[in-house]
Design a protein around this ligand. Structure first.
Ligand code: NCD
Length: 308
């Protein structure tokens, strides 16, 4: 099989384990390409891609844009804060105007859950979800699982703990779907107020005690407290959170095994991770960023070829 089962990447929930493997194999080739002296290939020449960001982003937007440039695509960038959205234009009108300029693919980040799904139903272009509210962030989960596969040779059978603000995190949900589809065991850990009630129904273990979670896992994927999405107080203070759930190098060194430390960024140093943990030999945080470019190249290449 050399095609994805979907013309869009809206979430990990609606793609298959074979799709993920195909993306990984394609990303292996692109990773080799971006480590060459000449990093650019003509694969998406004549394909025009719009990056439409209604929410802040550093890594994801830069990573998509770099991936597009490495593939020789034509790229336009749209940021809601400087656009006519501020004048009251609807999402559909905004996107139809972009499409009238003959755009083939849209990478969108939006604060509303389901916004990319709505676009996929209403317009003719390949849609990639770069994060929809608290719902999914599929390319982040793909680069996370790709990085685990690279470090541990396989994802199957590995024990992955996702630690932190599970309730407000789109990274957590997409990672759970991806890890389960690839045969990993998944545990979520955090204060009970930040673990959604339905979470066990997704086939994951639930643990409130950070030390037990770390003793169990091969990989700890640590998430930021999403304060911007929290309407009420879920825990007394960030200081108290970091006492119970902050990971330090000392905690990692005291484990009787080596575990891998991951974080999607942006890190709040001193809250979920101490600086000495984030910068320790346990951490593959910058490998995740590097792999993000190759994985996004693979996704866009495969979606563009599925359209032809
Ligand atoms: C994440 C996001 O935006 O969902 N970051 C990212 O894409 N690398 C996680 C976060 O903001 O904490």
């Amino acid at each position: 099989m050399s095609k994805l089962s979907q013309p869009h990447l809206l979430g990990i929930k609606n793609i298959t384990g074979e799709d993920i493997e195909l993306i990984f194999e394609t990303a292996d080739n692109f990773k080799e390409v971006i480590n060459r002296p000449i990093k650019k290939v003509p694969s998406l020449r004549d394909v025009t891609i719009a990056n439409v960001f209604f929410e802040n982003s550093t890594r994801t937007r830069l990573s998509f844009e770099l991936a597009q440039k490495r593939l020789s695509a034509d790229v336009i960038n749209f940021s809601a804060s400087t656009s006519s959205v501020k004048k009251g234009e609807t999402l559909l009108d905004t996107v139809n105007n972009i499409l009238a300029m003959k755009v083939d693919m849209i990478v969108m980040r939006h604060s509303s859950v389901g916004a990319p799904h709505f676009l996929a139903k209403n317009i003719r272009a390949n849609i990639i979800n770069a994060g929809d509210g608290t719902h999914e962030h599929p390319t982040q989960a793909l680069l996370d699982t790709y990085s685990i596969r690279e470090k541990l040779k396989t994802v199957k059978g590995k024990k992955v703990a996702i630690i932190g603000d599970i309730l407000h995190s789109r990274v957590a949900l997409s990672n759970i779907f991806a890890l389960k589809k690839l045969g990993a065991e998944v545990l979520v850990c955090g204060p009970p107020t930040l673990l959604p009630k339905y979470i066990a129904q997704l086939g994951v273990k639930v643990e409130w005690d950070l030390h037990k979670a770390l003793a169990w896992c091969d990989v700890a994927n640590v998430l930021r407290i999403q304060l911007e999405r929290q309407q009420i107080k879920y825990f007394p203070s960030l200081r108290e959170y970091s006492i119970y759930y902050g990971i330090t190098k000392k905690i990692l060194d005291q484990l009787d095994k080596e575990i891998i430390l991951m974080h999607p960024g942006p890190i709040n140093r001193g809250v979920e991770l101490s600086s000495d943990a984030a910068d320790s030999h346990h951490s593959i945080i910058l490998d995740q960023v590097e792999n993000g470019v190759a994985v996004r190249m693979a996704v866009m290449y495969l979606l563009a070829s599925a359209a032809n």
